[in-house]
Design a protein around this ligand. Sequence first.
Ligand code: SF4
Ligand code: SF4
Length: 436
Amino acid sequence: MRFFGFRGGVHPPENKLQTENAPVEELKAPKMIYVALLQHIGSPLDPIVNIGDKVLKGQKIADSQAFMSSPIHSPVSGTVKKIEEHVFPLMGRIKTVIIENDEQDTWAELPKIENWEAADKKELLAMIREKGIVGIGGASFPTHIKLNPPADTKIDTLLLNGAECEPYLNSDNRLMLEHPEKIIKGIQIIKKILGVETAIVGIEENKPQAIASMKKAAEGTGIEIAPLKTKYPQGGEKQLIKAVLDRQVPSGKLPSAVGVVVQNTGTAAAIYDGIVNGIPLIEKVVTVSGKAIANPKNVKIAIGTPFSYLLDYCGVNREVVDKLVMGGPMMGMAQFSEEAPVIKGTSGLLALTKEETNPYKPKSCIGCAKCVDVCPMGLEPLMFARLAAFEQWDKLPPYNLMDCIECGSCAYICPANRPLTEAIKIGKSKLRAMKK
Ligand code: SF4
Ligand code: SF4
């Protein structure tokens, strides 16, 4: 397989061993489920159930007329107890449907398209929306929109992201090992929707078993499995496109500008489950790891499950937790409450000790340019921190900050421990405000 590589990148400790051979355990949903009304990029949904309503597993409970939206379904059968603000893993608090699980697992009627080969693009896209499928690699972009690029955009390649380059995480890896056939069938459905012949699955070569498993499942389908050099952030869309296809997505443009649509392997499996089995996106495989966890695991759990339930199941030692992170250590979100719930974008939950969090104080920039060397987007991160320190936001535009994919490579490599990530996040919000 050809491999073109991409600019920059880093090699943080992988920390995958703890869970890479741990089969996914299906964990019973807890008694109380907290379904946040924002599970995709866009605006929060409106609840379509009321307090006191009985709901069935898989029943739609929230939706919106907004273009950029994707509905939400109940992960359990039970009773709606409250609809109120609750702690949310991506920011503060948000309106949440709180359901008491009756532990009966009584399913709603689930529309599906078993004979998907005979369905047309419009029907398949409508079913993907109906099942609440969003990109489950973290960004949570509604999948029915991503798979429907403007008519004047020529797409020739579907690229599947099986890189899972974030340290610690193994949820995609386990899915590729345990259910490769679902991913392959999901890819065939996406190919039909996009009308493309070429589909390539990029997997980092530190997952040899997943590569073998996917190759076997893909036999005879024409779907190519591409082993990739292990380098962070290999899973960034633009980095993956450059590494596999040697195409450069221009600044400010989407992958469709170079004829590519990128999907996560887990999203492909969710598409198969949604269309052929009728199952909406109501569960996630989450890697629970970190040195404060006695029994690191990969668990399949209902969306809306509080993090505390997962932590207890995996034997957390709260005395030594320095930082709780949803996602991986490079791009994940630090959590301030264990009561935040699993959402569609949750792929990992890390309880990290001081040894793992690098709590060194920032020093002055020494101008070493290491942050520039590792930036996969060719940016100058030191300038972001410098301009942020003096609040010179008006000087930011020439430095293309909005191209930053927030991969954290610059902060990871910086010997002075400069607060680059914070400068980037604040700088982006200032630039957005300046545009209004
Ligand atoms: S500036 Fe952005 S894209 Fe570049 S290394 Fe830092 S976080 Fe990654
Ligand atoms: S890596 Fe850190 S110390 Fe070196 S130039 Fe960048 S911000 Fe300055």
